[in-house]
Design a protein around this ligand. Structure first.
Ligand code: ATP
Ligand code: MG
Length: 200
């Protein structure tokens, strides 16, 4: 049996302590050997356009996971053209020798799992990974999860009430973001002048 490998997809615009808590919590509960943060190249599920370059969003996930032996980040989606469908990501991961024998766990917000049957190639998705919903602050799970024959699970992790939206708003308002994401990410944002101009 291969390693147990988790994938946390997202925009990571920017990555923050909520993401890291979800990642560490899921890794612990699921006994993962590795959990990859996978920034989306072209996030098809987001209503608003993401203006931060994928390279910057990726660089921040790399900085945020550098000191943690279990967490890492992946260029899988940012190196691919077009929209990032989960099924493509799981197929691409299986092509990488390091992950070919891995048991995959796709970690996402619990609410998002309700829509899973509408995702592209739903039945193949369930063949390729176990789908794990983490609970989120302010998001009561009032939806019913689809039946997934054991391939759909929920994990409860301590709540961290931080979102990328909060960070972008604070920066647009000229407020500091200490304690919301790692010092390395904060320095990177400052050096690149990210999020300062637009009121998003
Ligand atoms: P935005 O505010 O732009 O929507 P976000 O903070 O929700 O950003 P995403 O990149 O959309 O961040 O989230 C990636 C994944 O991390 C999603 O599965 C999301 O549910 C989860 N997530 C985000 N913030 C938290 C948090 N504070 N606690 C637990 N999970 C989180
Ligand atoms: Mg979000």
């Amino acid at each position: 049996m291969g390693d147990r490998v988790g994938i946390l997809g997202g925009t990571f615009d920017p990555v923050h302590y909520g993401h890291l808590a979800a990642a560490r919590g899921a890794a612990q509960v699921l006994k993962l050997d590795r959990l990859l943060l996978v920034p989306a190249g072209d996030p098809w599920q987001k209503g608003e356009a993401v203006k931060t370059p994928a390279e910057d969003r990726y660089a921040m996930t790399l900085l945020a996971t550098a000191a943690d032996d279990t967490l890492d980040s992946s260029r899988l989606e940012i190196d691919r053209e077009g929209p990032s469908y989960t099924v493509d990501t799981l197929r691409a991961l299986a092509e990488i020798p390091e992950y070919a024998d891995a048991e995959l766990f796709f970690v996402t917000g619990a609410d998002a799992l309700a829509g899973l049957p509408t995702w592209r190639e739903y039945s193949e998705l369930l063949d390729r990974a176990t789908f794990v919903g983490v609970t989120r602050p302010g998001h009561e799970l009032d939806v019913e999860l689809p039946q997934g024959g054991g391939r759909i699970k929920l994990v409860t992790i301590p709540e961290v009430d931080i979102s990328s939206t909060l960070i972008r708003r604070r920066l647009a308002d000229g407020q500091q973001i200490d304690g919301l994401t790692t010092p390395e990410v904060i320095s990177y944002i400052r050096k690149r002048g990210l999020y300062s101009g637009s009121a998003r």
